[in-house]
Ligand binder design. Structure first.
Ligand code: GCU
Length: 327
């Protein structure tokens, strides 16, 4: 009797353990890589997306977020995503240009009239088509995440394009960004984000450009005290998913991810405004100066860039014209 109750108990225990591990393995966990630290609003938006994914799927689908480029730089993460070795990555549209050309459009200076225009374009059919443009290249865009306007920063004010003359300016690895800095008179130097602090500190580059939260939270503000608000571009961040992983998911999981990503896009808009204000104040407290800039001279300097585009890439130029019509 004793023996048999022991037996029953132990078989019950193994049944419970077995069912627990089966539950654990029934849940799918997708890894998500990004290159900002935990204080950056992009991390909060992606964590929110992870929470919503778990909630919407009743715990069956999970997203685990790896910040600080722990799983590699943006480029390295995108290469893993292409192979299906990593499910999700957040990348700036600038870096995506090398993987799928249509993303290059977002790197054109002064393309958008306002923040509202920028949001409307991302929500438009053009915005959606750009997200789908990379399917054959190994990934699909799931959502845009606001990344504000980018401006130049260095150890002196940049009030006109002449102030960039002779400066080595770090740009993201994007052909359009390289081109833009040439038109503005600087010497473009493409570098990965993670290498930039040291490059600025050691004078490998003289200047860089980014949005306010990234300027402060990456501590570039410690080594470049003047942030000149020429706001030359508005380049969104994009959450992408591996085409291989996407195709392996059932319809319900795909819809869950799409819904969670959409909610993250909307949440990021508010997070972004709050973070810009907070990080501007924080940089000022730490000794940075924000310089007001008359954008007219910058806009004039990049006008020939559009003229060249019209001649050399008329198809892309047509999209620019469509974008200008969106009001
Ligand atoms: C922004 C963007 C990052 C990008 C960085 C850069 O901060 O959010 O995704 O890596 O710019 O300049 O490289």
């Amino acid at each position: 009797m004793k023996l048999s109750s022991k037996f029953t108990l132990s078989s019950l225990m193994s049944a419970v353990l077995l069912s627990l591990s089966m539950n654990a393995s029934a849940a799918t966990t997708l890894k998500l890589s990004h290159n900002q630290n935990r204080a950056h609003p992009v991390h909060e938006a992606l964590q929110f997306m992870a929470t919503r994914t778990a909630e919407l799927s009743g715990g069956e689908l999970k997203v685990r977020v790896y910040p600080d480029a722990q799983l590699g730089s943006q480029r390295e993460s995108l290469e893993l995503v292409q192979k299906g070795a990593l499910a999700l990555a957040k990348s700036n549209a600038a870096e995506l240009e090398a993987f799928s050309k249509p993303y290059g459009i977002y790197n054109l200076p002064y393309l958008f009239d306002s923040k509202e225009h920028y949001h409307k374009v991302m929500e438009s059919d053009i915005g959606k088509q750009i997200l789908e443009s990379s399917k054959q290249n190994g990934f699909i865009g799931l959502a845009y995440l606001d990344a504000g306007a980018r401006s130049f920063y260095t150890s002196k004010p940049i009030k006109t394009p002449e102030d960039l003359k002779g400066l080595k300016v770090r740009v993201q690895p994007s052909p359009t960004a390289v081109n833009m800095v040439k038109y503005l008179g600087g010497n473009p130097t493409p570098l990965a984000y993670g290498e930039l602090y040291t490059a600025l500190q050691q004078g490998v580059v003289d200047a860089a450009e980014n949005n306010i939260p990234s300027y402060t939270l990456s501590r570039h503000s410690e080594v470049s005290k003047y942030f000149s608000e020429d706001e030359h571009t508005m380049v969104p961040d994009v959450l992408v998913i591996s085409s291989k992983v996407w195709d392996s998911l059932d319809k319900k999981s795909q819809e869950t991810l799409q819904q969670a990503a959409l909610e993250a896009t909307l949440k990021m808009r508010d997070l972004w405004v709050a973070s810009e204000n907070k990080e501007r104040e924080s940089a000022i407290k730490q000794g940075s100066t924000f310089v007001e800039v008359d954008k007219a001279a910058f806009k004039a300097a990049v006008k020939p860039m559009y003229e060249a585009l019209e001649k050399e890439a008329p198809e892309t130029y047509k999209i620019v014209e469509e974008i200008r019509k969106i009001k």
